[in-house]
Write a protein that binds this ligand. Sequence first.
Ligand code: HC1
Ligand code: SF4
Length: 574
Amino acid sequence: MPKVYINGNEFEASEKDTVLTAVQKFGGYIPTLCYMNLKDVNIENKPSSCRVCMVEIEGRRTLAPACTTPVFEGIKIKTHSRMAVEARRTAVQLLLSDHPQDCLKCPKNGDCELQKIAAELHVVNNPYFGKTSNYDQDISAAIIRDPNKCIMCRRCETMCNDFQTVGVLSAIDRGFGAVVKPSFDLPLEETTCTFCGQCAAVCPTGALVERSYIDEVWKELENEEKHVVVQTAPAVRVALAEEFGYEPGTISTGKMVGVLKLMGFDKVFDTNFGADLTIMEEATEFKERLENGGFLPMLTSCCPGWVKFIEHQFPNLLEMPSSAKSPQQMFGAIAKSYYAQKNNIDPKNITVVSIMPCLAKKYEAAREEINTSPEYRDVDYVLTTRELAKMIKEAGINFKAVPEREYDSPLGESTGAAAIFGRTGGVAEAALRTAYEWITGNELKEVEFEQLHGYESIRVAEVEINGKKLRVGVAYGLGNARKLLEDVQSGKIELHLIEIMACPGGCVGGGGQPYHHGDLNVIKKRIDALNVVDKSKIIRKSHENPSIVRLYNEYLEKPGSEKSHQLLHTHYME
Ligand code: HC1
Ligand code: SF4
């Protein structure tokens, strides 16, 4: 164990430590920009390119980057010597020398790591300031890429290549012309990008952000001719409060509903209702495939990043995903049919807004084939958790003081099974809670499938139903999904049901959630909170949701009916 001296204090580090990890371990702080270490998912990015973590090491003639310098016996580190601080300031000034100076207009204003470090280092002028680059923005339905703001930290590239194995982003050109972008300068919409948003989740600046629909939603709320309803995804309720200073994993369902009512939505409904509906259709399909020799394994299909990934990467396996639409889209379809008819409102005058932890949901809502009518979209606007927080602040609502309210009926009623959709393993567990009872005809007394709990990125569990052993695979991260599918394809592993979510820990780690700043414990706390929401529900199986039962009795007839297929199912594109 090497003895290290940090600013004159002796500590015992580990042989594997770098200067940065040793300093962090003992409570010190060195600023970083390009460095990223997502330990829980084995992703590390340290190109040592930003030079913001320079430190002084006694006996060395030059400063050293803390992120890539290993410790050694007796190393004497000065983290904040004048020379180190000035070198960091120069590094930041150089990064800013060709950076747009429009922080006030930047969507990342207040959340930008470059801005934060510039303030910390007291960058009040810039002798190096020169010509800024002049790239066009790449605007898709989900993401805005602004190469002018790229600082070449390569974090996005690491997420896209190593975690997602999509490989859309790479560093191109040299010097001031160097930038991370898709090859041939293609817009993201013309690439195999899944819109998972994991690049944006780790981008330190405003180079990759969600496409915002805040202004459009305010306009709809002001339009008296529009009946504006909102649905909130399972994972939003355990993350939104972080934007208002609460601990990660704080459950703020009641406050969130209260806030949305104050903002002027005509009805506040729940995507969890859509999740229960998804289970009705998915479990029916699963039972049918199992009993009638259908295509197995069946893949869950609610994550739009994952759906786009399989369409591009495994076009020969498109029989595998369930044809059930995602809860977001089922909700939209029901809002503009059943709910519209019941309340005598022209669906063209209903605006459906979704609050999602995800960027790909913006893209999903815009997919042509997923919509039930050519005249309107089932989901009109998708906002991320972060966008909702911005709107709450803009509206001057004091989140802490808002009284808790209940969702509206009937599209606001949901079960514990729906709550766990937002965490890895939850969709499979929710489906099994229903499939078990439908296949065996017996009551499932112990509703939790412990094997499907946990945080590991790939899991295989065995569940016995009617004497038959069913093997269930769960993966998050598209690189892990790729591994699982390759094993299925090669016959190395036999599975009956597979749940895949694109983001770390499932939707709780979505690209639209409050930034985790490299600490994935935040995501684990959100997972635990969703399990608490599940446990707090009296009804924990989707098929027992009384509003869902009524919906089938009054309108859809039964799961898998012609009407259900017309509204609640979709198809995939090669
Ligand atoms: Fe998800 Fe889903 S769980 S995809 O992760 O099936 O985004 O939260 O809303 O649609 O319900 C996301 C979350 C979400 C859908 C549901
Ligand atoms: Fe890659 Fe996902 Fe970003 Fe697309 S959204 S570029 S797939 S990380």
